[in-house]
Design a protein around this ligand. Structure first.
Ligand code: ZN
Length: 171
């Protein structure tokens, strides 16, 4: 059974919430692409206190993505239309960050991952001041694990850990 995922920075300034349904969707993309890295973007909104990213949906890999055994570069095909439709047609959802999969490996960010998240965070065309990076590792069919990070333009990369919820979440 997949459960809702919630993790926070120890300072309580940054949090992320991913529903079991969205997590299940990402895991299914991993299962379907098992031996190769895959990923996509995460969309949603921030809570009223502006300290927790609520992920309401994720994409799979756009068609122009590069999926190798130990490398993933997310493409862009079709994403802008999707993001526009989430903002204008639906309920003001927007880009929150990225997720990707490390097949049969730990969900630890590589130096490439850190560079990519940094450049996404510094891309001012995104609405969010911070960018979430969510990594799934292991075997999506049996035993997987995940980790999450936020990249803040001011502070840099911060790991979000489970178990700090008591700090923080209020709508
Ligand atoms: Zn990676």
């Amino acid at each position: 059974m997949i459960q809702n995922y919630e993790a926070w920075s120890p300072c309580g300034r940054y949090g992320v919430r991913i529903s079991a349904q969205v997590l299940q969707k990402a895991i299914t993309f991993c299962k379907n692409n098992c031996a190769f890295e895959t990923g996509g973007i995460m969309v949603g909104y921030y809570n009223r206190r502006q300290n927790c990213a609520i992920v309401t949906d994720c994409s799979g890999p756009p068609r122009d993505s590069t999926c190798k055994r130990t490398f993933f570069r997310r493409g862009i095909k079709g994403l802008q239309q999707w993001i526009n439709s989430l903002w204008y047609v639906k309920e003001r959802r927007y880009y929150l960050g990225e997720w990707h999969f490390h097949p049969f490996a730990k969900p630890n960010p590589s130096s490439t991952d850190i560079c990519q998240i940094k450049s996404n965070a510094e891309d001012r065309s995104y609405k969010s001041p911070e960018v979430i990076m969510f990594i799934i590792g292991g075997d999506p069919k049996t035993k997987w694990s995940c980790s999450s990070f936020v990249y803040s333009r001011q502070v840099g990369l911060i790991e979000l850990v489970k178990g700090w919820e008591r700090n923080s979440f209020k709508n």
